[in-house]
Ligand binder design. Structure first.
Ligand code: NAD
Ligand code: DAU
Length: 332
């Protein structure tokens, strides 16, 4: 058994990771989470007391982080400000949490020689053209577009420097767009599902031709666990499941799956600097670590996700009105 420190474990991907680890391994987990607007203790309800604890705190708190890292066998760093639209309104918390928070963890794992896995995003590579056959690969140049993606790019580069200069035992993964249960309603898919439940029309930015490479959150997390177990120190692994779809298609699928006319949505103000297309080449992860996605039927995964939001209104309802008020204020 190992003891994992999971930062951001009350958020979307981190909470699903904690459930996966506690169900499928005998590891113990300490979650460090600040409980920002995106953190939800309900996502961690019912976990076994003898193998799980939640510490509420900030990854930028060097003393707190140092103490927690000193007791861990490995750190998986999910904590971040994660939403592009929020970063366009107020970049400051993105710079602080994503850069200073990563620095704080790197210094602690350096001091205590603890294995570290860094969770990052495909957005660090910028975007691709719609008619381009290219996909992102581990050696693609960094070219981030938004304050969010620039802060994640900077955090990745800190990891590379700490590996090379200090011999920190770190790996990094850059994943594409996740979907599944427990995702905050500010994000695209849960926003549209909960709008439809509320009798409101889904909101599509611009013409909706932008392409995202969707992966089920459990496939992302299974890959992270595999990298933690068998990834080569200093390496970057791209995680993706060949799930490219444009936003218009996704909105139409959600409407259809929920029994509504697929054309019953609104076009709203586009995101400034909106990345056109993301696409991941995950062949290194597949070939080297034998990972394969288990949820490649997007329609089935989407239907299960819709069922989850229908069954868990208590989980998302407290956030919904404030999120929609913020979007309405900027014509979205
Ligand atoms: P999320 O916003 O749902 O959750 C983030 C969590 O981090 C929240 O629980 C929040 O309270 C916590 N947090 C924020 N600031 C903190 C701080 N200063 N100290 C401690 N905790 C803090 O995010 P998510 O979608 O689950 O993303 C998790 C990670 O995965 C992020 O690093 C993100 O960049 C990356 N990622 C996300 C996706 C995606 O599609 N959502 C894809 C690839 C990579
Ligand atoms: O690619 C990985 C990234 O995916 C992660 O690093 C980010 O943390 C995660 O938030 C996600 O970023 P996106 O900006 O791609 O996700 P978002 O859910 O905000 O939007 C997905 C697409 O849908 C994007 O093209 C914008 C569009 N959109 C979004 C919202 C909220 C709409 O058309 N309407 C909406 O209401």
């Amino acid at each position: 058994m190992a003891h994992l420190l999971v930062t951001g474990g009350a958020g979307f991907i981190g909470s699903n990771f904690v459930h996966l680890v506690l169900t499928n391994t005998d590891h113990a987990v300490t979650v460090l989470d600040k409980l920002t607007h995106a953190g939800n203790t309900a996502s961690l309800a019912g976990l076994p007391d003898d193998r799980f604890e939640l510490v509420i705190g900030d990854v930028c708190d060097r003393e707190l982080v140092d103490g927690l890292v000193s007791r861990a066998d490995a750190v998986v760093h999910f904590a971040a400000e994660s939403h592009n639209d929020n970063s366009l309104i107020d970049p400051e918390p993105f710079i602080r949490t994503n850069l200073v928070g990563t620095f704080s963890l790197l210094e602690a794992v350096r001091a205590h020689d603890v294995r570290y896995h860094h969770i990052s995003t495909d957005e660090v590579y910028g975007d691709l053209e719609l008619d381009d056959l290219a996909r992102f690969a581990p050696d693609s140049p960094y070219n981030p577009s938004s304050p969010y993606s620039a802060s994640k790019a900077g955090s990745d580069l800190l990891v590379r420097a700490w590996v090379r200069s200090f011999g920190v035992r770190a790996t990094t993964s850059n994943c594409s767009n996740n979907y599944g249960p427990r995702q905050h309603v500010e994000k695209f898919i849960p926003r549209q599902i909960t709008n439809i439940i509320d009798g409101a029309r889904p909101k599509l930015y611009g013409a909706g031709r932008n392409v995202r490479d969707w992966i089920h959150v459990d496939d992302h997390n299974a890959a992270v666990l595999r990298i933690l177990e068998a990834g080569r120190i200093g390496e970057t692994y791209l995680i993706g499941a060949d799930g490219e779809l444009d936003n218009k298609t996704v909105i139409e699928k959600i409407l259809t799956a929920m029994g509504r006319d697929p054309g019953d949505y609104e076009h709203v103000t586009d995101r400034p600097g909106h990345d056109v297309r993301y696409a991941i080449d995950a062949s290194k992860l597949r070939a080297e670590l034998g990972w394969e996605p288990a949820h490649q039927d997007f329609d089935a995964g989407l239907a299960a996700t819709i069922d989850w939001y229908r069954a868990n209104e208590d989980w998302w309802r407290p956030q919904k009105a404030a999120v929609e008020a913020r979007y309405a204020a900027r014509g979205q």
